[in-house]
Design a protein around this ligand. Structure first.
Ligand SMILES: Cc1ncc(COP(=O)(O)O)c(C=O)c1O
Length: 343
């Protein structure tokens, strides 16, 4: 699909048609389950290794199924290029490592997914990279916290698990003044509801394990940017060298999941609105956290930068921990499990 057509078609159409045609005129993409690709000659190999030709070498660097997935997610996020990873955490950690060196600082929102927190708070400091956790819903606190060595601003919006909303455009404006790179984890919103790159973020990361898969049967991660040169560096300098490569089979499952992303997200949101409304009216519920509720602190910002409020709802039970445990242990249909975005 050429550039002009990408602009012409809507999101749902692009989830199906927004990548090049497949070999042998296959309507659905083949799974290239091969570790290695061959060359015609040493000269051909040389051209490929020098990036003069975009043929394939080895699946840890490139694979046709993964390339399709990367092209499709780049279109959907309105980026220019993407890298697929073995998991969301492989994407998060590789992106952070690619942007930071000893002596640099990261500013992160105070609420982030547990393993991302551990990378920021425990692993990076071992390499003399300091992380400061701030409330990024308060843009003034960010302005005061920027230093010359603040190289990355990292956050999720909506954040896991309390769904706090960060203003991507305002954070990007502050970051721009200091030459810092904004990295947004867009797992909760998906590109269906939010495209951080159009609001000024430099890199978007995903746990594709969640809504992009949509079926709870695959682990995967993605990173997308409008900076082609950065994506090249991320792919060949980090993903390929650190080895967090996605299996082509997982890439194929994610390409399949993406085809129904819009359909699923519309239904997830409709469900979430009903659940939030039910909980709000419940006498044993203390607070309901859902960005689509007009009383929610991030509501106005969510309305500005999202086209919908997503499928995640969290809530607090009156009476604190003990009644909350009792509620969870009494669930019948709902399973007690981590993760999200499954059917
Ligand atoms: C917001 C967010 N980012 C990243 C991750 C990590 O993704 P993965 O489990 O695919 O490594 C998760 C996982 O729950 C998540 O919720």
């Amino acid at each position: 699909m050429d550039k002009q057509n990408k602009k012409k078609y809507g999101f749902d159409t692009l989830t199906i048609h927004g990548a090049p045609d497949h070999p042998y005129r296959a309507v659905n993409p083949p799974i290239f389950m091969t570790s290695t690709f061959s060359f015609d000659s040493l000269e051909h190999a040389d051209e490929v290794f020098s990036f003069d030709r975009s043929d394939y070498v080895y699946t840890r660097g490139n694979n046709p199924t993964l390339r399709l997935l990367e092209e499709k997610i780049a279109v959907l996020e309105e980026g220019v290029a993407a890298v697929a990873f073995s998991s969301g955490m492989a994407a998060v950690s590789s992106v952070l490592l690619s942007l930071l060196k000893p002596g640099d600082e990261v500013v992160a929102h105070r609420t982030v997914y547990g393993s991302s927190y551990n990378v920021l708070a425990q692993i990076l400091p071992r390499y003399q990279i300091k992380c400061r956790f701030l409330d990024l819903t308060e843009i003034e606190s960010l302005r005061e916290a920027m230093y010359d060595n603040t190289k990355v601003i990292y956050f999720e919006t909506p954040a896991n698990p309390n769904l706090e909303i960060i203003d991507i455009a305002r954070v990007s404006e502050v970051a721009g003044k200091w030459g810092a790179t904004v990295v947004v984890d867009n797992t909760f919103a998906t590109p269906y509801f939010q495209k951080p790159l159009i609001h000024g973020a430099h890199v978007v990361v995903h746990s594709a394990t969640k809504y992009i898969s949509g079926h709870g049967d695959v682990l995967g991660g993605l990173a997308v940017s409008r900076d082609q040169e950065y994506i090249h560096r991320l792919k060949f300098g980090y993903m390929c060298e650190l080895g967090g490569v996605m299996s082509p089979f997982n890439g194929w499952l994610l390409l399949r999941g993406l085809k129904t992303l819009g359909l699923r997200m519309r239904q997830h949101e409709a469900n979430a609105r009903r659940v939030a409304g039910f909980l709000l009216a419940h006498p044993k519920v203390e607070t309901v956290l859902y960005p689509g509720l007009p009383g929610f602190p991030g509501y106005e910002t969510a309305k500005k930068q999202m086209t919908g409020f997503g499928g995640m709802v969290s809530f607090e039970v009156k009476g604190g921990l003990e009644p909350s445990k009792k509620l969870v242990n009494s669930l019948q249909l709902i399973k007690i499990a981590v993760s999200m975005g499954d059917a």
